[in-house]
Design a protein. Structure first.
Length: 278
C-alpha cells in the first residue's frame, strides 16, 4: 500500500529522519522515498540502526495514522538491513537506490524525482541536514561537476553484476567473496536464536540452487534444499522463480506426498517487510 500519499507525507518523513539520525549518530549517504517503500544508505557510528529505525518508522506511522484517520500498522515486519562493501559495491547500491523512480516509470531521469538525494547531491536542491553526499561524490572520482559524475554512474552499465539480485533477495552482506567471508565466522558462531539464513552468510545464491535449467535435481528437490539446507524462505524462492508463493507451497506439498516431507526453515525476523518493491 502507499505510505506516502502527498508531498506533506514525504516532507514529514524526512523531518522524522532528520530527528532520528541526529539523535542516534547515523549519517544518511543516499536515500530514495518511493510511494510504497523507501531506501536508505547509511553509515552508523555505533550499533544504533535498530533504534533509529524504531523511531523513524514508529513516529512516522503514528503521525500518518492521525493525519489520514487510519488505524493499524503502516509498516509490516522488520526492516531489511544489508552490509555493503565500500567503493564499487557501495556505488552500485547507491545507483540502484537512485534509479528506483526511473525503474518504476515515475520519471524518466533521477533528477526529476523530488524525493531522493540525487538533486541535493548535485546542487539542484538544498541539502537536508541529515544528508552527507561527500562519500558518494568522492568515490565517483574527479569529473567536471558532481552532476556529470553522478549522471555517468546512473547511465553506465552495471559495474557489479549480482548487486541488484543481492538487494532484492535480501542477502545480508553485499560485496566480493572475501568481504562476505569476513563476516561468516561471526555469523556461524551466533546463537541458535538467530535465524538460519542469518547464520549462513556464505550460502550460495538462489540462482545456483534453484532453476528449471538445472537438470541434476528435480525442481521440487532444489526448492526443498534451498529452504531446509540454506534457509531461503518460500517468498524469496517464489520471487526468484517469478511464481506465486502459493505455487511454491503447492510444489513442496506434492513433494512431501511422495515420501519426502519438508522441514520448515527458520524464519527471519527481517522478513516480511511491507517496504518491498513491487
Amino acid at each position: 500500500m502507499a505510505i506516502f500519499l502527498d508531498g506533506r507525507d514525504y516532507e514529514r518523513f524526512l523531518d522524522v529522519l532528520q530527528e532520528a539520525s541526529a539523535r542516534h549518530g547515523v549519517t544518511i549517504l543516499t536515500y530514495c522515498l518511493m510511494p510504497n517503500h523507501y531506501h536508505l544508505v547509511v553509515r552508523t557510528s555505533h550499533a544504533s540502526l535498530s533504534v533509529v529505525m524504531q523511531q523513524l518508522n514508529g513516529q512516522y506511522a503514528q503521525w500518518w495514522n492521525r493525519t489520514h484517520e487510519r488505524v493499524g500498522h503502516v509498516f509490516q515486519g522488520r526492516f531489511k538491513a544489508q552490509v555493503v562493501q565500500p567503493r564499487r559495491y557501495f556505488l552500485a547500491v547507491c545507483r540502484y537506490v537512485l534509479l528506483n523512480p526511473v525503474r518504476a516509470r515515475l520519471v524518466t531521469h533521477a533528477a526529476e524525482w523530488t524525493w531522493s538525494s540525487y538533486r541535493a547531491s548535485v546542487g539542484l536542491a538544498q541539502t537536508p541536514g541529515f544528508l552527507d553526499a561527500g562519500l558518494l561524490l568522492a568515490e565517483l572520482g574527479p569529473a567536471s561537476s558532481p552532476a556529470n559524475a553522478l549522471a555517468d554512474l546512473l547511465n553506465a552499465p552495471r559495474g557489479c553484476p549480482g548487486v541488484q539480485t543481492a538487494i532484492r533477495q535480501d542477502q545480508r552482506v553485499i560485496g566480493d567473496r572475501a568481504f562476505v567471508a569476513g563476516f561468516a565466522p561471526q555469523a556461524r558462531a551466533a546463537s541458535p536464536e538467530v535465524p538460519l539464513r542469518d547464520r549462513r552468510l556464505d550460502r550460495p545464491a538462489l540462482a545456483e540452487l534453484v532453476s528449471p535449467r538445472l537438470q541434476r535435481l528435480p525442481l521440487v528437490t532444489q526448492i526443498r534444499r534451498a529452504r531446509t539446507v540454506h534457509g531461503y524462505s518460500v517468498c524469496e524462492i517464489a520471487r526468484h522463480l517469478e511464481m506465486h508463493r502459493n505455487t511454491v507451497w503447492s510444489l513442496i506439498g506434492k513433494h512431501a506426498k511422495h515420501g519426502l516431507p519438508h522441514r520448515p526453515a527458520a524464519r527471519s525476523r527481517l522478513e516480511g517487510s511491507s517496504l518491498q518493491e513491487p
